[in-house]
Design a protein around this ligand. Structure first.
Ligand code: 13P
Ligand code: SF4
Length: 369
């Protein structure tokens, strides 16, 4: 079988773009060469045997009825990763069959950005949302970054544009601008430095300014303001998943579940954070559960994360208010398989944007190493 390296495929793409006379022929040739044959997705005894160790891992949260549907995709994807020299970066909000069975690196936004910076793979498949894939591309401009579903966005990233940041600079001359990683590369390119929910306080304080603008998450900014003397000027973006939680709901959970520990993500509204026993990034929340082994816990965040932690904390009972992120849930085994078979949905960013956006992301990574 003819198999081309990613470099050869790129070269071929360039030829296709410049040679108009043969463009149609080249286009057909190109798709023939880029695509690999679609694997057989039948659940056979061989597939069951090859994936048995993975089912053992997730059997607490994936039913035996679901497994025959998942297993052929999991086997095919894991084989394709080797063929393509690809890695899958899986955010903590992925469903367990993705997170535990095909993910190479799992974590919160900061951990995934660091893995993206270090990978030797030719292809990065981002099992997360679009801004995460853009961050991977910004850190790896020469690699192919694939987004299994280009519609996987984020309400925070959608709440602000590069023009909005330029207007903020004019309104507050000389005040540094910190952008939460949940923004487009265009927005990052206009900001001084990035932060994630796990390092926001440290980043804000590193700037040596008594006033800092934080975009786009108003609630993260408010949370940071409670932890520092730096004056925080906030943008009014919200996460559509976390803003649905309320302090009253938390008090009801406590009443119904005496002794429950409540762990919240800083994208939650302030009245939720007031009720929480601990607040931290998605990985910070996971580590808290692993370290403290509470009898009963409520993770006030996207629903799939409880399933993923339950696999590793079998003695903890999880109370699940099931708020799903519709964007994260666009990433499925079929969409990942499709991306790898056809090298489809490649993330591209204007090189003029990549340079300043990378400066903002690398500044953050250097401060947290
Ligand atoms: P983390 O950086 O904590 O993983 O958060 C990313 C996110 O999108 C949470 O909604
Ligand atoms: Fe964006 Fe909220 Fe979804 Fe995270 S959970 S990706 S912040 S919409």
């Amino acid at each position: 079988m003819l198999r081309l390296s990613i470099k050869q495929i790129r070269l071929q793409k360039e030829v296709t773009m410049t040679d108009t006379m043969f463009s149609e022929i080249h286009k057909n040739e190109e798709s023939k060469n880029i695509s690999l044959p679609m694997p057989d997705l039948t659940y056979t005894p061989e597939v069951a045997e090859a994936t048995a160790h993975l089912y053992e891992r997730v059997s607490k949260v994936v039913t035996p009825i679901e497994w025959p549907t998942f297993a052929p995709y999991i086997k095919a994807i894991n084989e394709l990763k080797v063929q393509r020299n690809a890695v899958i970066l899986a955010h903590n909000y992925m469903t367990p069959e993705i997170f535990h069975c095909i993910g190479d690196f799992m974590g919160d936004s900061l951990q995934l950005a660091k893995e993206a910076a270090n990978t030797k793979a030719d292809v990065i498949v981002q099992a997360g949302v679009h801004f995460m894939a853009e961050t991977s591309k910004v850190l790896n401009p020469d690699k192919m970054v694939l987004m299994p579903d280009m519609e996987a966005g984020c309400s925070l990233a959608d709440s602000i544009t590069a023009a909005d940041v330029r207007a903020l600079r004019e309104a507050y001359p000389g005040v540094p601008i910190v952008t939460y990683v949940n923004t487009s590369a265009d927005v990052k390119a206009e900001c001084d430095i990035c932060c994630t929910s796990s390092n926001a306080v440290k980043i804000v304080e590193s700037l040596g300014s008594d006033r800092v603008i934080m975009v786009p998450d108003e609630y993260l900014a408010k949370y940071v303001a409670t932890k520092t003397d730096v004056e925080i000027i906030a943008w009014k973006g919200h996460c559509e998943v976390h803003e649905r939680f309320s302090g009253e709901e938390m008090r009801e959970y406590r009443e119904a579940n005496p002794g429950i520990r409540i762990i919240a993500h800083p994208e939650c509204p302030p009245d939720v954070i007031t009720e929480a026993d601990f607040t931290g990034s998605t990985s910070g929340m996971i580590n808290w559960v692993k370290d403290n082994q509470p009898a009963k816990v409520l993770l006030v965040t996207e629903c799939s994360m409880s399933d993923n932690v339950a696999v590793e904390a079998p003695n903890v009972e999880f109370i699940r208010p099931c708020n799903l992120c519709p964007h994260m849930k666009r990433i499925t085994l079929p969409s990942v398989l499709d991306a790898l078979v056809h090298l489809r949905h490649e993330v591209t960013i204007d090189p003029a944007v990549i340079v300043p956006a990378r400066r903002a992301v690398e500044r953050m990574i250097n401060l947290t190493n």
